[in-house]
Structures are given as structure tokens and as C-alpha cells.
Design a protein around this ligand. Structure first.
Ligand code: ZN
Ligand code: ZN
Length: 159
């Protein structure tokens, strides 16, 4: 997303931007963040002495993958933006690219461990079925106890 601040030449001048933006899908480590819906950005921009101050909000919906059951789920995004762009670091006032700032704000908002719902049952470790949708007949008591410990370990910080 690019903005033009060429009109903000006077100290103290101000501009409001309300825009719908589309982003390509993002990758955060091993997490995939899909962006099938446009996001809404509302920004107030002020010309201060050495910089432009950007304050506002980014809202919208993302699609994330549950780390337990691997289903996709919708994630409500609502992020405050407070950024300062130093004038000395802006090569072209009429063509300022905010994409990196927007992406950074989104990535900070995504939890390390994405879960579709608090009580997600995950996948059966034996047959791989999604236990939110089906009860399989696998006798999970027969799992190697060392694996069970591992399972406890992975779900320790649930809820
Ligand atoms: Zn899930
Ligand atoms: Zn099973």
C-alpha cells in the first residue's frame, strides 16, 4: 500500500486516510496466514518537525490454520498502529510504501500457537481423523506411554 504525503509540506498539517487494502498471503515461520478478504486501514498522519506520525487502526479478517486439527479458521484482526516515519529516511514523499509496516503489525498480532477454538480436540494420533468432527474407534489407551507424555507436553499450555 502506497501513500502520497506530498501535500503535507507544512509543519502540523494533517491527513486522514481510509482505505481497503489487499495483501498477498503471508508466512510467519511455519505458519501460513491467508488474506482472502480485504483489510480496512484508517490512519491519521501528522507532519511533525522531523517525522510523520501515523496513528490509526487496521481491521479485517484473516484465515489461519489450527495447529492442532489443521483446519482453517477465521481470525478477527484489530491492530492499533503507532508509527513514526523519519523524514530523513523517506526517499519520495509522494510514494511511500507502508506494506512492510502493515505486515509487521499483522505478524505481531498472530499468536505463536494458533488454535481454532479453545477446546479443539485435534487429530487422532493413530488414524489422523479430525476429532472435532468424528469419534474414531482407535483405542488411544494403547499409545506408547512415552508418546502420551509428549502429548501432555504439547497441550500443557492449553486454555
Ligand atoms: Zn482445531
Ligand atoms: Zn483414530
Amino acid at each position: 500500500m502506497k501513500i502520497n504525503l506530498g501535500c503535507l509540506t507544512d509543519l502540523g498539517s494533517h491527513k486522514s486516510i481510509k482505505k481497503q487494502i489487499e495483501l498477498p498471503d503471508l508466512i510467519n515461520g511455519y505458519q501460513e496466514i491467508e488474506t482472502p478478504f480485504p483489510l480496512q486501514i484508517n490512519l491519521d498522519i501528522y507532519n511533525t518537525k522531523d517525522s510523520f506520525m501515523l496513528t490509526g487502526e487496521l481491521t479485517g479478517r484473516l484465515l489461519l490454520t489450527c495447529s492442532r486439527c489443521l483446519d482453517k479458521f477465521s481470525f478477527e484482526l484489530k491492530v492499533s498502529i503507532n508509527e513514526e516515519l523519519l523524514k530523513s529516511e523517506i526517499p519520495d514523499l509522494e510514494n511511500i510504501d507502508l506494506t512492510n509496516i502493515i505486515v509487521e503489525h499483522i505478524l505481531l498480532e498472530i499468536p505463536m500457537k494458533t488454535v481454532c477454538r479453545g477446546n479443539c480436540q485435534g487429530l487422532c494420533p493413530l488414524c489422523g481423523r479430525n476429532l472435532n468432527n468424528v469419534q474414531c474407534d482407535c483405542s488411544r489407551e494403547k499409545i506408547d506411554p512415552r508418546l502420551l507424555k509428549l502429548k501432555d507436553f504439547f497441550s500443557r499450555d492449553d486454555d
